[in-house]
Design a protein around this ligand. Sequence first.
Ligand code: ADP
Ligand code: MG
Length: 323
Amino acid sequence: MGVVSSPMTSNSIEVAGLRKDFGSLRAVDNISFAVAEGEIFGFLGPNGAGKTTTQRLLTGVLRPTAGDIRIMGRDLRKDPVAAKRHVGVVPENANPYRDLSAWHNLMLMGRLYGMAKKRREQKALQLLEYFGLLDRRRAKTKTLSKGLNQRISLSMALIHDPRLLFLDEPTSGLDVESTRLIRRLIVDLNTRGVTVFLTTHDMQEAARLCDRVAIVCRGRIAAIDSPDALRADFSSAQSVEVAFEKPLRDPALLQELASVSGVRQEKGKYILFTDRPGEVACRVALLARERGLGLRSINTRAARLEDVFVHLTAAKGSGNGER
Ligand SMILES: Nc1ncnc2c1ncn2[C@@H]1O[C@H](COP(=O)(O)OP(=O)(O)O)[C@@H](O)[C@H]1O
Ligand SMILES: [Mg+2]
């Protein structure tokens, strides 16, 4: 199965042959991986890839159709309470109770975890201060912005000092300051030894924060590696998008330009994949002039996750199956 489960290595998460079907839809398709203790592990994929479903399986919200999950060395199915004791979770679109204040939400969570009053109050104050929420702690959360609510959700997930934290798109759609704070928190927690499972569709976020990243699409894992090792894949999925005034008789000319690794036609435009978009843009402009084609538009594009995934699966010949 390729999952490391030796008792010598301490993995916070071990997944073997995990699958989840919703009726005829296979949302998670036989994935196996392990996350070492102390890692920031990115689960990176486009919308609908199966990220949220995977997080919900790993946190015991959903039951797998097949496969095994071990969390902090415990079998999640056989021993769910022990497996989840040191786990914190921020689900997708997390929300504190709207009619309660940040303070009361935190006290409620602390009580759920059986924390003594003094300890939960101390911890709550510490978290509220970290997140810049001290002066708003008495306001009902429904009066606060999305960014502040997300900070409260994170505080709630951290009240019991978890050793493993699951975050589902924690910065998605947030203001700059909240995003910055949350990213700093992830790094701070990690320096204190907390393992982080970070679900995201943001390649930059994953590359910046994570020790290792799994690239997922259509319920499958296309690659797992360090951001440095994946960078070549990210960078060769950059592209130049060009439209000519006149039809190009011989599209093979584009493929033959230096530094072009692939060409795709899309709605009257050509997409030229390259790790050197600036250079390719110049060559295309020259070609257009030489051939008198006329340039209608030309743009360079950063790598898109979908394209990285296509590159990876094409290179490995694994394809996307018949789904
Ligand atoms: N409860 C559910 N019932 C049926 N289909 C679902 C359910 N949850 C998710 N899906 C489907 O599973 C696929 C993966 O969804 P999801 O895990 O939310 O992806 P992601 O978080 O990567 O955007 C999608 O096609 C989605 O529509
Ligand atoms: Mg999701």
